[in-house]
Design a protein. Structure first.
Length: 91
């Protein structure tokens, strides 16, 4: 929890990005959420799509809602759904 130490947002973001680049699905999802909160919708969707492609269930659920809301195209959602299923089947 980091009690007694200062929070270093830049360093935290750096390691989150490193984890995402390294293929960690939760890191992709977290970056997607962070970008969404900063109104960077296009960047957010890219992170969610990659997270879903890596088998992250919540990233896929977010994409489903974004598809329903018209933020993600049918083709993008379908491709992410197929990739998600392949990733889940591979584990």
């Amino acid at each position: 929890k980091g009690e007694g130490v200062e929070k270093d947002e830049k360093k935290g973001l750096y390691y989150l990005e490193e984890a995402a680049i390294g293929g960690h699905p939760e890191a992709r999802y977290s970056l997607g959420s962070r970008e969404w909160k900063n109104d960077l919708v296009e960047r957010s969707m890219k992170h969610y799509i990659i997270g879903a492609n890596l088998g992250h269930d919540m990233a896929l659920k977010v994409l489903k809602e974004c598809y329903k809301g018209g933020v993600v195209s049918k083709e993008e959602f379908a491709a992410a759904l197929r990739a998600h299923q392949a990733a889940v089947d591979a584990t």
